[in-house]
Design a protein around this ligand. Structure first.
Ligand code: ZN
Length: 79
């Protein structure tokens, strides 16, 4: 593959990314907020650390993460 083809490929990929962009952003934002406190219905980003959720559960409700966020599946601990 020559340099010309590579540059072309790069451009195409960039175009695909930009044309998708704006439209799907809303949907992404919706999806990103997918951890909801079962007690007060506060939404948390799915990227929230378990520590944040634990702090909310303990400070706000004196409950465990499992009680406030039954749908939250903790990432497997790194070994
Ligand atoms: Zn809560």
């Amino acid at each position: 593959m020559g340099n010309g083809a590579k540059a072309q490929q790069k451009r195409e990929r960039k175009n695909a990314a930009t044309s998708k962009g704006a439209k799907s952003q809303l949907k992404v934002n919706e999806q990103a907020k997918n951890i909801i406190c079962n007690v007060c219905k506060t939404t948390f980003l799915c990227t929230s650390r378990e520590k944040q959720l634990a702090e909310h559960a303990e400070n706000k409700h004196s409950k465990s993460v499992a009680e406030c966020f039954p749908n939250y599946v903790p990432p497997l601990p790194a070994k």
